[in-house]
Ligand binder design. Structure first.
Ligand SMILES: Nc1nc2c(c(=O)[nH]1)N[C@H]1C(S)=C(S)[C@@H](COP(=O)(O)O)O[C@H]1N2
Ligand SMILES: [Mo]
Length: 392
């Protein structure tokens, strides 16, 4: 590959094009300055780092690679990291809007590209802006479960997250001189003059917007705040048995098999096959645990689950201690139809095949006759309407 010399100058565009926003002094507002860009950029960068780390963690927990194991404790681990992911993403919306407002005059820099290097820099910023907007918008509309696009949300949101993060790292590297100048010149702040708001006013408005959008949505996971969160798409405490429902039994097309009086749970381990009715499951030792359902969409809610320990079921079919378990739902053709659990989950005394919730038999929409509930596990893997359990 040929190196691109730093100083490959591009021809100057004709001066007649320099009109409107392209003319010199088109933007006089004092807050389109590098200092404001750095101050807002730092906050936005922090929100992005939180989103990226918690997002990668969530992805790995949902698509667990064979070389990686996750502990089943603390039980609230996924609840906290996923709430942070969604809350930081929502807080990043006003931050990104303000950041774009601060720097948008640079879109009209003259000349549009001084050199090949400058053109590449601008291209990388275009990628950063596009990827950031895509991540925030796709994340938000996933929270409200609206899928207007023809591609699957999870892999695209995941990979564009890497693109945005790569572009962000490049952007920070390119802007390092400006950032260092900002730190060196700190000290008494130069008064900003000119039209428009002061920097302090801008930051106060920004802080208020971040606080407002956070408060308006955080109630979807912090139950005492639910009343103050008009925009929270789900609320803990609302739904059958005071727990939100992600997909109903009717939507999943399982009403036939789960209402069948001949319903049986099939457990297989090698040649051993055990078929248990709900009454037989209820006759086994029952345990009650308090565990949250924590959805990737950011809502979470705690409930008291009662049922049979998964490890007791495994012992009944003589499964090896470290066996992996495959759980299949009556629901077909859904990404949530099948999940696998390794020993950290199957052997945890809190991992249940739940038959009841908050003192009542499971509602159909919560997975009747039986569902999985395990500690520190993404909601999407808490399989409802369990049909079979296979020891692998
Ligand atoms: N079979 C099946 N299990 C499922 C789902 C599903 O659509 N089908 N949704 C999952 C998701 S995304 C979540 S967050 C939880 C929600 O459980 P709940 O509806 O009982 O609150 O169930 C999980 N188990
Ligand atoms: Mo979910």
């Amino acid at each position: 590959m040929r190196r691109i010399p730093d100083d490959v100058r591009l021809p100057e565009p004709p001066a007649v094009l320099r009109r409107g926003p392209l003319r010199a002094e088109a933007f006089r507002g004092a807050l389109h300055d590098p200092r404001t860009a750095v101050v807002v950029g730092r906050l936005l960068g922090a929100a992005f780092v939180v989103c990226f780390l918690t997002g990668v963690l969530s992805h790995l927990m949902q698509h667990q690679p064979s070389w990686l194991t996750f502990p089943s404790r603390p039980v609230w681990g996924y609840r906290v990291t996923q709430s942070l992911h969604v809350a930081a993403g929502i807080a990043a919306v006003p931050l990104l809007l303000v950041k774009l407002w601060v720097v948008y005059p640079r879109l009209f820099a003259w000349p549009p590209a001084r050199s090949v290097r400058h053109a590449l820099e601008r291209l990388s910023i275009a990628v950063l802006v596009a990827a950031s907007l895509f991540e925030l918008v796709s994340g938000l509309i996933n929270v409200v479960q609206w899928y207007p696009w023809p591609f699957p949300f999870v892999p695209v949101h995941y990979w564009i997250g890497w693109v945005a993060t790569g572009a962000l790292v490049l952007h920070i590297a390119v802007q390092l001189p400006a950032i260092t100048r900002y730190w060196a010149a700190r000290g008494p702040e130069a008064p900003v003059s000119g039209d428009g708001p002061t920097r302090r006013g801008l930051m106060a408005a920004l802080g208020a917007s971040v606080g407002l959008v956070t408060l308006a949505t955080i109630g979807q996971t912090v139950s005492p705040l639910a009343k103050a969160s008009p925009l929270a798409p789900r609320r803990p405490g609302v739904g059958p048995q005071r727990l939100p429902v992600n997909r109903t039994a009717a939507q999943a097309g399982v009403l036939g098999p789960i209402r069948d009086p001949g319903w049986r749970l099939t457990i297989t381990s090698g040649a051993t096959v055990l078929a248990l009715s709900r009454d037989e499951l209820l006759a086994m030792p029952q345990h009650t645990v308090s565990l949250p359902i924590a959805c990737v969409e950011g809502w979470s809610a705690s409930a008291k689950w009662t049922g049979v320990r998964v490890r007791d079921l495994l012992d009944r079919v003589g499964a090896p201690e470290d066996a992996t378990l495959r759980v299949t739902s009556w629901e077909r053709f859904s990404p949530y139809s099948v999940t696998e659990m390794r020993r950290e989950y199957t052997r945890d005394p809190l991992t249940l095949l739940a038959l009841g919730i908050n003192g009542e038999p499971l509602a159909e929409d919560h997975g009747y006759p039986a569902r999985i509930i395990a500690p520190n596990r993404p909601g999407v893997l808490q399989t409802k309407w369990v049909a079979t359990m296979e020891v692998l």
